[in-house]
Design a protein around this ligand. Structure first.
Ligand code: SF4
Ligand code: MG
Length: 319
């Protein structure tokens, strides 16, 4: 609710604050139990920061994060540590996120120790079990990360999140660093695990086709803001925000008869340290109007469960 994450920009010899990057700027959304909420947007749109702020891996500057109705933003470190058992994360880069000096047994056993789960023997048993759950042999517990391929390493990353039986997993571009040939294997695995364990995912990606594959609902972010959010089918069939439409039109359509106009956006994504006034998309929007340069559009429910932040859909503009 009203989630913000601002980073100070410092400069000069005294490292004084010279500005601010509004990485996440007033974002509100719900995640339902056992759903997959996809969040999509270009790099720098704030999607990863949003994901990390949900778990307080980065402290929100403002706003609330309610988990099972409890606001976690005010919790002590100790309370938060307990909450993390329910809220895990899978990182983008399986190479960077696993300690190269530790055996898999230690990497996967660590979260169990942190949460005081099991004896040493029971933990090893659990590690072997979880390896098998993610499609690796249990004996691989005695190997080091470099002995695995990229896809296998991401399986270990998934196992590490899964081993404490979480409810929610923030998946931060979990397949972006993998070969295309491996991506669908990992996506299918994640889909199976989600069903098998009744998991809730916040699934972050820059690739619309990846998000489409796995999500029940999809949110679109642009320059630190959520600009559209709807059910998967609804969003793909009836995109409202001009930015969403441009993203959709960039996805190749396998149907040769489909008449889809390709919308080419003008210019680059503006700097998040100096975002445009009003609607942050106005510098690139093919439909920008005068009001767009001045007034920030509110994020509202246009039709049931379909939210959009765009002046085109505000009654005051339409009438
Ligand atoms: Fe385009 Fe205006 Fe809508 Fe922004 S508010 S997306 S500039 S039409
Ligand atoms: Mg990212």
């Amino acid at each position: 609710k009203g989630l913000k994450k601002y980073f100070d920009v410092t400069g000069g010899i005294f490292s004084r604050k010279v500005g601010e990057v509004k990485a996440v700027d007033d974002v509100s959304f719900s995640v339902y139990e056992k759903e997959v909420l996809g969040i999509v947007g270009e790099s720098g749109c704030g999607k990863s920061t949003t994901g990390k702020a949900l778990l307080r891996l980065t402290e929100p500057t403002e706003g609330e994060v309610l988990f099972d109705g409890k606001d976690i933003t005010g919790m002590s470190q100790e309370e938060m540590r307990k909450m993390r058992r329910d809220m895990q994360i899978i990182f983008q880069d399986p190479y960077a996120s696993l300690n190269p000096r530790h055996k898999v047994e230690k990497i996967l056993g660590e979260p169990l120790i942190v949460h005081g789960i099991g004896s040493k023997k029971e933990r090893l048993e659990k590690v072997k079990q979880i390896l098998e759950t993610v499609g690796l042999p249990g004996e691989h517990a005695q190997r080091y990360p470099h002995q695995f391929s990229g896809g296998q390493r991401q399986r270990i990353g998934i196992a590490r999140a899964l081993i404490v039986n979480p409810k929610l997993i923030v998946c931060d571009e979990p397949v972006s660093a993998l070969d295309v040939s491996i991506q669908s294997q990992i996506l299918n695995l994640m889909e199976d695990l989600q069903e098998e364990f009744g998991l809730t995912y916040v699934f972050i990606a820059h690739d619309l086709s990846v998000v489409r594959h796995i999500s029940d609902r999809v949110g679109v972010m642009y320059l630190g803001r959520m600009v559209e959010l709807a059910d998967n089918e609804e969003l793909y069939e009836n995109p409202l925000h001009p930015y969403t439409r441009s993203l959709m039109s960039a996805v190749p359509n396998p149907d040769p008869d489909a008449k889809k106009e390709r919308i080419i956006l003008q210019g680059d994504v503006p700097s998040p340290s100096n975002p445009p006034s009003g609607c942050a998309f106005h510098t690139r929007c093919p439909e920008a109007m005068d009001i767009c340069r001045q007034v920030r559009p509110e994020f509202r429910e246009k039709t049931v469960n379909h939210f959009v932040a765009c002046h085109l859909y505000e009654d005051s503009v339409k009438n």
